[in-house]
Write a protein that binds this ligand. Structure first.
Ligand SMILES: *Cc1c(COP(=O)(O)O)cnc(C)c1O
Length: 369
């Protein structure tokens, strides 16, 4: 049996008519950048979150950069974020001229450990960016409290957590603003690069919209110098067609995850993901921790099961941040997980039989069949 890591084609085939129609409409109307399709998606996405504004942008990385920049963050400032994430979260901090300050992750949950945040706060700290990694909400009560106590701006990186919930509330609605990626493999994915920012703040929304469009809200009226990071209409039309399915897809991922968890029970070499109490984990990634990780990857490969690692090296230990002078001891939890984490195939269309097959291969590897 072949089990790919993700299968975007299976999802396309399940909604082919709607997608083909969305794409052909955009082409028929040659409405390629901006216009009604972008507006329609922005309104639908904001409404689905109960937020006032959605600003569609080029990708999830630009979303963070545009937001930080329009918050006035720049040279001399520090922004706190988490040691285990995709590099977008920290490289955008540096792009503004500010310094990324990394915090280790929680045991078992892979998210920023709030009890380690306060000691990283200095007079230069301006903002905190938790990442709801793998689709699991970060500990928002604690993070919100710290941000209020020290008057820091809270910005959520929701690239992996579309409609995940913390105590009944969507993540992405806790801070000043939140950023999303609609990269094809994300839970809500376009057919190319796309991103978005949610906020309830009118002034910030307008600034971000302007900055993402060459500093102009109206053609040729450049109030400031900006960048070109627009959500293209084809992607917006595709996302609008996909949005009504997102809860069903998230639930299907959760089902697959619970099946993996159940079938892997008792396999002591494998630690399965823990779902935080009172939270809805949307399993962008199904991450296990294992012994003999690299041998297991090779074995699964030989059985036609594709896996991945999210992420092989914690951010502060990457060559890109060598200049900060960190070592493994500075991020003991993330560093300890480095050689153990492994992402198993996860997508809504994954079948029960495929999950059973993957688990049987893992059991075979550890001699437990
Ligand atoms: C995917 C991702 C991003 C960046 O999104 P792009 O659309 O690829 O630019 C940012 N942060 C996290 C945590 C991500 O997983």
């Amino acid at each position: 049996m072949h089990v790919p890591f993700v299968d975007l084609k299976a999802q396309y085939l399940s909604i082919k008519e709607d997608i083909d129609k969305a794409v052909s409409n955009v082409i028929e109307e040659t409405s390629f950048v901006g216009g009604p399709y972008v507006k329609k998606f922005e309104e639908a996405f904001a409404k689905a979150y109960g937020m006032k504004h959605c600003i569609g942008v080029g990708n999830g990385t630009d979303a963070i950069y545009i937001l930080l920049k329009m918050l006035g963050i720049g040279s001399g400032d520090e922004v706190i974020t988490v040691a285990n994430s995709w590099i977008s979260t920290s490289e955008t901090i540096s792009q503004t001229g500010a310094k990324p300050v990394f915090v280790d992750i929680e045991e078992d949950y892979f998210n920023i450990n709030p009890s380690l945040i306060e000691r990283k706060i200095t007079p230069r700290t301006k903002a905190v960016i938790p990442v709801h990694l793998y689709g699991q909400p970060a500990l928002m009560d604690e993070i919100v409290n710290i941000c209020e106590k020290y008057q820091l701006t809270l910005v959520e990186d929701c690239a992996q957590a579309h409609f995940a919930q913390y105590k009944g509330r969507f993540v992405g609605t806790f801070g000043m603003a939140s950023t999303f990626s609609f990269y094809p493999g994300k839970n809500l994915g376009a057919y190319g690069d796309a991103g978005g920012i949610l906020t309830n703040d009118d002034t910030l929304a307008e600034k971000m919209r302007m900055y993402a469009n060459h500093g102009a809200l109206k053609k040729h009226q450049h109030q400031i110098e900006g960048i070109n990071s627009r959500l293209d209409s084809m992607q917006a039309a595709i996302l609008t067609a996909k949005l009504p399915h997102i809860h069903k897809w998230n639930n299907a991922r959760l089902d697959r995850a619970l099946l993996y968890n159940k079938l892997l029970e008792g396999v002591n070499e494998v630690k399965t993901p823990v779902i935080r109490k009172d939270c809805k984990h949307i399993f962008h990634v199904y991450e296990i921790r294992v012994e003999k990780r690299n041998e297991l990857i090779d074995f699964l490969n030989s059985k036609n099961v594709q896996t991945a690692i999210h992420y092989p090296t914690p951010l502060p230990l990457l060559p890109a941040y060598k200049y900060l002078g960190y070592s493994n001891e500075d991020f003991p939890v993330a560093a300890n997980y480095m050689g153990k984490i492994l992402s198993l195939p996860m997508y809504p269309e994954l079948t029960d039989a495929q999950v059973v097959y993957v688990v049987n291969c893992i059991k075979e590897f550890y001699g437990r069949n």
